[in-house]
Design a protein around this ligand. Sequence first.
Ligand code: SF4
Length: 323
Amino acid sequence: MARIIPVFIPHAGCPHNCVFCNQRRIAAPVSPEPEEVREQVCTALDTAGAGAEVAFYGGSFTALPLAQQKAYLQAVSGLPVTIRLSTRPDAINSEVLTLLSQFPVRRIELGAQSMSDAVLAMSGRGHTAEDTRRASKQIHEAGFSLILQVMCGLPGDTDTWKFSAREVAALNPDGVRIYPVVVIRDTPLYDLWKAGAYTPLTPQQGADAAADMLEIFLQRNIPVIRIGLNPTQELSSGGAAAGAYHPALGEMARAQVYLRRMIASAGPVRMGKLIFYVKANRISRALGIRKGNLQALREMGYTDVSVVGRTDLNEYEVVSFWS
Ligand code: SF4
């Protein structure tokens, strides 16, 4: 897999203040100038080796003026890299796609966030679900790889995340990222939470909601390349004030999918010993964080349980055997 060289351009181009977002706390305080980007990429290339991918993250790349987009793209021109960038659905049009196609841009990440227009409006996104459908189609037709980001637990999203996941899956993205909402300081969402006008998901609720979405993407064979915000010193030391922030949130969600599949596979509690077979290198995921799945199974009455690896099973596949 290509090594990623991240270039953070916090809030660059963003025309709206999405209620949950503070890229300066999540990613970096300021955007670099194009010449600084080239310097940064050249330095990283000394260790990255062949096949590196420059990723413009943290802003709405294609909402920048075309000249500025071009300056950033030209800054890495001639270097042995491909490019990926993140942006907003309403900032995709034929003009920007034509510009991007003149450079080695391979992937475009769109922040869909929700496919409920009510949730999008309450989150201050400034675009609709239809914008995401239109932009996704245009990106595919222009030959770029499409990654969609989708959230759960936004204001008004008490139960629409499964709907959003199904709608996002229907757009056939080449990958998705799932972000359960974290309440970050210095955001409108933080103020709403402090005022008692917004109730965030807990980390476990966020992991469970992410597991709901993960299952939908698994059914459609859509790769889930990230669950939960990258843990950082800034977030861990108070930047994340509430919500679904946990350094192992993705692992919690993936373990939850295993737990559900183990329960479904085992059927009703019986007398005897219960063995679950899972993919050989996924035993610890099936057991859950600090063996939490084992504990949950015990509490449900499955008292004599063991988990055994098998090389012929796929990810998330569970076979159970009572003896
Ligand atoms: S979520 Fe995306 S579009 Fe919204 S403010 Fe943050 S970077 Fe900008």
